[in-house]
Every structure is written in C-alpha cells, then in structure tokens.
Design a protein around this ligand. Sequence first.
Ligand code: BGC
Length: 735
Amino acid sequence: MQKEQLEILLKDMSLREKIGQLVQIPGFMIGSGSVITGPALEMGFSEEDFYNAGATLSVFDFDQIKEIQDKFMEHQPHHIPLLFMGDIINGYRSVFPIPLAQGCSFDPELSGRLAAMSAKESAAAGLHVTFSPMVDVVRDARWGRVMESTGEDTYLNECFAKETVKGYQGSNLADAGSVAACVKHYAAYGAPEGGRDYNVVELSDRTLTDDYLPPYQAAVDAGVEMVMTSFNTLNRLPATGSKWLMRDLLRDTWGFSGMLISDWGAINELELHGVTKDGAESAYLAMKAGVDMDMCTPVYALNLQKLVEEGKIAEELIDEACMRVLTLKNKLGLFEDPYHHADQVKAEDVILSREHRELCLEAAEESCVLLKNKRDILPLAKEGLKIAFIGPYTEAHRLYGVWSMLGREEDTVSVKEGVEAIAQNNECTFSKGCRMLDPKYPLYEFHGRVEEEETDDEELLLDAMTKAKRADVCVMLLGEHPAHSGEGGSRGDIRIPKPQRKLLKEIAKVNPNIVTVLFHGRPLDIRGVDRRSKAVLAAWFPGIEGGNAVARLLFGESAPSGKLAMSFPYNVAQVPVHYDHFTTARAFNGDITNRFQSRYLDIPNDPLYPFGHGLTYTTFDYMSIEQSGDVVTCDSPVTVSVRIKNIGNRAGTEVVQLYIRDLKGSVVRPVKKLKGFERVTLEAGEEKTVTFTIDHEMLKFTTADMRFEAEPGEFYAYAGGSSRTERHVTFTFAG
Ligand code: BGC
C-alpha cells in the first residue's frame, strides 16, 4: 500500500477503531473459534474492543494463527489484519544458546545468522514480530534476566544489538522469512536494585547515558521497527510513563520512527507504581509519553476515547500512534498478504532443517567458555579412558532456557547422546547422582511448579560413587534449573543447588580427576566447584545441539573459544561486579595492613573469572603491541597492532580484545572500557597481526558539564585475551 492509501484508511477509521489498533490482546484470551473468552471479558474488554485489536501475542500454531487472522479481519470494520507477536528469544524450534551465552562467543555476526534463522522459522509459522533483542546491560548475577542479555559491557551489547536486528529484519520486512524486531526493555531494566526483578532502578545521568543507553540506540540505528518499554522506574519515574525517555530521547534525539509497545501490563502498572490514580490517568500518562500500544491490558481500550472526547488528549496523538501501527503492518506487507507468506508446508520444511541444526551446533560450541583447565585435563582422549559422566544434566534434554517456549525435549541432544556418538572407544558410564533441585525451595515456572521425579537419593549417590571410583576421569554435569533464571528468576544464593554441591563433594573424595560442565542462565558462585574441579566448562543453556556441542568440546573434536560476557563473581556479596568499574581514591593495592583502602576484609575485590576470560586447548603468545602514532586528533585516528602467535600444538581461536583507559577526566573514568575485539583462528605455530583503529569517537563520555565529548589528555590502549590484560601502549588525544 502507498503511504497516501494508508492516510486515506486512517481518515476513514472511527476513533474507536483507531484506538483498537493500539491494543494488544493476549493470545490465551482468544478462545477456540476465535471468540472472546471469559478472562478477556472479566478484564474489561468488550467484544468490539476485542475484534478491533491491533495485535496479539504468543499464538504459535499456524492453523490457529490463520483462523484468528481470518476471523478478526472479517469483524474489523476495515478488515485490517492483526500483528502476531511472540517472544522468540533464542530460536523458534531450532533453539540455540541463550543470549548471554551468545555474548560469550564475541561473534555478533554469528548472532545475526542465528536471528535470521529464527526469523525464517518464526515467519514460516506465521509470526510477524519477535520481542527480541533484549539489550539491557547487566551487571548483577542475582537478576534472572541476565540470561536474555549479551552481558555486562556496553559496546559488546551494541554490537550484538545491531547484528541481531539486521538478522531478524533482513533487507525488506515484506520478504518471506523476515520478522520485525522489538528491542527491549527501554530503559535500563538490567539494573534493578538488589538484583530483584521488577525492582526500582536508580542510575546517575552519566551512567545511564554512557553505559546503559547506547545498546538501545544501536538497535535504533540498525533500523529496529519496534521498541518495548520497561517495567522499572528509572530515577523514580516509571519508564512506561517517561516522556523524556520516549518522546525527547528516543524519537526526537535518536530519530526513532517505529512503534513503541509497553511491556506486559506496564501501562496498568503505572497506577500500582503510585504515580497515577486510575486507568484513565495511566492511559493519559502513557499516551502523552509516547507509548503506541498497550500490551495485554484494556487500559487504552477503556480510557482513550473518553480522554479524547474530554479534550485531554488530542486526536492527532491517537492518529500518530495508529499510523505507526498501520505503517508496520504495511511494511510487513500484511494488507496484501495477511499471513506474510507463512504456510504450514514451508514451515515444516525449514523448521529443524539440517542446516539449522548445524548452525545451532556451531553457536553452542562457540558460546561455551572454558574457565579452567589444570594440567590440560581437557580435551579427553577419545579412546582407552574410563569416564564417569555424573550429574542431573547427564541425560537431561531440557538444555534451553525458560524463554524457549517452542523448544522441545525430543528435539534436543543430551550430553549422554552426544558422548555416545563420538566416544565409542572409551568406557563411559552415566549416572544422575542426585536430584537437580533442593526440595526445600519449591520452584515455579511460567506455568506451574517444577515437578522433579521422586528419587532414592542414597541409591543415586551410591551408583555415582561406584562408577566414579572405577573411572579415570569424572565429568560432572551440574547446574541451575532453567527456571532459576529468566523473568521472575532472581536468586540471592547463586550457587548450584545443594544436592548437586553435596554430590560433587562426595565424588571429589573418591576421584580427584574432575571436569565440571555447568548449565546455567547466569554467572554463578562456583568457588566450591572450582576448588574440586581440574577443568570447568561454562556451557550456559546451549540449546538443542547442546549435548553434541559439549561432547565435541570435551573430546577435542572442536575447541572452546568463548570468553565471558559477564564476570563470574567471587561470591554473591560482590555483585554488581563488572570489569569497567571506576577507580577510587583509595584503590586497594594489595597491602592488607592498610585498613583504609577500598576493599572487603573477607573476600577479594576481583571476580573469580573476569569479563573477557576464556581458555582454549592451545596457548597464544601476545608477541608485540605497536601503534601507528601516539596522538589522536578529531581528524586523525591511530592504529594499534597486536601480533599474536599460536604457540601450542593445535589450531585454536582467540578473541583479541582492545580496551581503552582515559587516565584523567573532568569526572572519574572507568579503569578500562572495551572498544574493539576480533576473533582470530590460528593453526599451530601460526602468527597474525590484529589491527584496531582508535578514533576520537571512542573516547567520548559525559563530561562534568554534561557534554558528550572526548577530553584532551593521556590514554592507555590495552590489547589481550581478557579484561585483566595489562599490556598497553600510551597515546594522547590532542582535541
Ligand atoms: C516481559 C517481556 C516480554 C513480554 C511478552 C513480559 O513479561 O518482560 O520481555 O516480551 O512479557 O511476553
């Protein structure tokens, strides 16, 4: 449709109809035969509002989507198609690693390909919009939603934001296989106080601007079609009612012209936050602030018309919002093809295709992080070893996180299956060893309690101990339950559950050769695991090819190459912990006799494993670091070149990282900031020079007088294989 036709359509729509476009109804409230259900009526939706809705979410069955689309279009006075939205976070049926694991690949281009694959499957099955990527910067491992982000670093999140948006949307939204991306949660949802989900966020203007906002802006720059607000208050104002965030910054400053949707029920929650007195005030505040669509509540449906009639809200505001919804539908080509090329046969063809499974495997391998590998216990020999695989994740098929609503256990390769496929010449045994969860802490998923099979704990332990005693190596497969992370998944104790800690302790008594593989949605406190294991592999929730990926990495069919996108704290008392902290006037210098320094008396300041850390099966020597010059100006950058050599005896991949430190500023500056990275694969003995360009844009920050600029002065440029690197050159910025 041409823009003029859209305008004609808009003019012809009644106010009620236009408001309808600003309403999203939850899929579960659409009854069979696409009729309104009791819960929708109870919530306050009338039948007219219901069929006037602009969108729905979480309907995944193609036949149902088609039936709903037909029925709603028939009822809608102008036969306007619905938008079908859903949370396809890390894959549709071809489930790949959770976003935090993807962050550890330091391979945004790979995530772009994963997003494109996810879009292809989702679109073939009838979806138009995915509520992804989440680009909230996350520094507190207690918060369960860290799993949905690509980590603690601003720049890394920016890179992933751009590539995933491009991957989902392709070059033309109307094409088959494209879906609209929705970046979330705007803004700063990743910094809830105390790591407790939905809690308040208090950030200084500088921290917000320099650290938290850039990834959302990167998504906007990449052309993201939708933005979702966040549940949290930001410096006392609910984000969903913040005109400054949405109209002033997002639209006027960043130039976002797409559609803004509230998070689930967030307009309604303005009242619960205590900033509005009823639904009418909430609708008023959100509409004025710029929220186009109300997710899953009837607040807009019930209040906007009256607000317009009373002259409190100009009809032009409704028109603008409605036009944005119609524009997205038009870009998707829904007026011509309301199913957006979806069809069941095509869906069956692409979903879980061989090509897709291979990509899931590649991603799972790249996302695992080898935290430790004492005396090169890994990789394990492929023959002649007696290996006991022990732990609740040994035969588990649920290797995907809570958001993988379409993930299926029968699609997923367990570690046991992965091992059996490649290690036939070893004597492998498998045992569960213990239950996964501590029965003292009941765990609830999105739809009810997690029920664990009843087990005889003593018998499980005995079986594992017997096998462990006879084995040369024990591979422990341990971790959190998927429901421990994700929305509503905050934890105050970020260790693996108690039965598993006990199991590891017992096994360590009879066999010192322990390799631990962890499955998890957040960085954990792994002091106990670390102490008892010679090697630790962080596998996160790796997706349907997880079992194959882990087995291949353990036996050296492939080599780990991931680096932590989020620091593993020493323990929970340290969080929030991140590598780009500020320097303090009393920074700890290691002298414990001096009490008056910034330190804990009983734990270290440094995380156990920092951002950027990750080992592989070979060693890289950083031979030299050179610079093309030592003065950066506004017109002339300098380059920093690092020469690295693979000095081990097998090929390997290193993520070479560039960090910059600004030595003096008008405000305090972080000790280091990631500004570049490159994945480099080298054969044994091979060398390569990696070159980074440093320009003045990279040196900008919010200064004492709130300007975003680079200040003249001295800088260090560090290059190395983790954020702990000390190798650097010096340069100045001359202005
Ligand atoms: C979450 C969003 C999600 C939405 C729709 C909310 O509870 O915070 O991330 O996209 O639900 O499912």
